[in-house]
Design a protein around this ligand. Sequence first.
Ligand SMILES: O=C(O)CCC(=O)C(=O)O
Ligand SMILES: [Fe+2]
Length: 408
Amino acid sequence: MAVRGSIDLCDGNVIEGWVYADETPLHRFTLQVMAGDAEVGTCVANRYREDLANAGISNGDVAFRFDVPPFVSVDPARVRLRLVGSDVYLLPREAAAGGATAPGRFAGLWIDRPDWIDALGAKHRRGAIDDAPAGLLFRFVRDGYVVLRGAVDAATLAMVNAAVDRAWKKPPEGLLIETFEPDGALHYVPPEAAFRYGRTKMLDLYAHDAVVRQAIANGPAMHFLAAVFGETPKAFQSLYFETGSQQAMHKDTAYVKIDGNPLALAATWLALEDIKPHTGELEYYVGSHRAPAFLFGGASKWMEAEPDAHPRFLESLHQDAAAHGHRREAFLALAGDVLVWHADLAHGGSAISGAMGEPGANARPSRRSLVTHFTGASFQPFYRRASTHAELATPSCVFVSQYGPVAD
Ligand SMILES: O=C(O)CCC(=O)C(=O)O
Ligand SMILES: [Fe+2]
């Protein structure tokens, strides 16, 4: 039997490709997905793909997609797809060619692949993406961020700011802050008013407040992120900043972990007031998401693989910027503006200076903002391996929190 086929994508989360035999044009193969010697599932090659139809491969309906089940770890280099009832296997391209590198080690999302512009065209023709995000996606792929002006209206912002005030005065059960107050050591504690204007972040307020969820799931951001992920976005970690973080330039992929695919990540930064210069604006290196990956322990994008390399990692971002000509820019947002950053955009909080004089821990100028990290609905943040708190699925966004259930 002359089988023709290919594994086009295999990144540990998704395996895509097509398979077909000329002699049996109506037969649709069932594939056994083998990771080493273990079978992790099956799929049928009967899905339609326009590029296959255009290439005259059957009627185009011989593609497959296999979503690796959550918590199953699949090494892309060792995946083999067995045609059920035969000894014929499909292998990843590099393996088939005898190459040593696994394809798509950090494959990321479709926007991270070299053929993203073709994929965009195909999605646009299919009606899966309309004009508005198509234009934004171009800038996102080029620059590593986009700005959505006025994404949240003034009335919603006022309600969010009131919700924050309430949370400081009378914290809901289970709400936590992360703070370096009062002693410079890291603490996770219930909100304590004295720490509000210090080195403090309020965590996952959306788990407790519908208005905060409404602001996070604003239409422009959800529309855009749905295009980025190719599915409903999942919000899973948010930080409320009363004042500038002054955090060093970093990439979130080192700390914010998505199970199996470190780059299936994006974040939104929502201004809850007009941001004034020198109050610690968000800053970033334009285009830095495309720099070569820094590998902790020579293998991982996650810092935990080699914590000692952290200073080198931070330094490498400035070196990359110099080597590749990444401009340093700051986001002087107006209330309601949202900036979306790519998983690997180098960003941080600029220094607080000027305006208010030398700020002490309790005398910083305000810079009210809400950061939310997202993945796609079919992905899980790594922490879900150890936590099962109830999530809340709304039509435009799924919400899940590390610290407790998301209650309606
Ligand atoms: O808002 C900032 O200053 C930076 C926040 C940030 O980097 C993050 O939350 O990932
Ligand atoms: Fe960050």
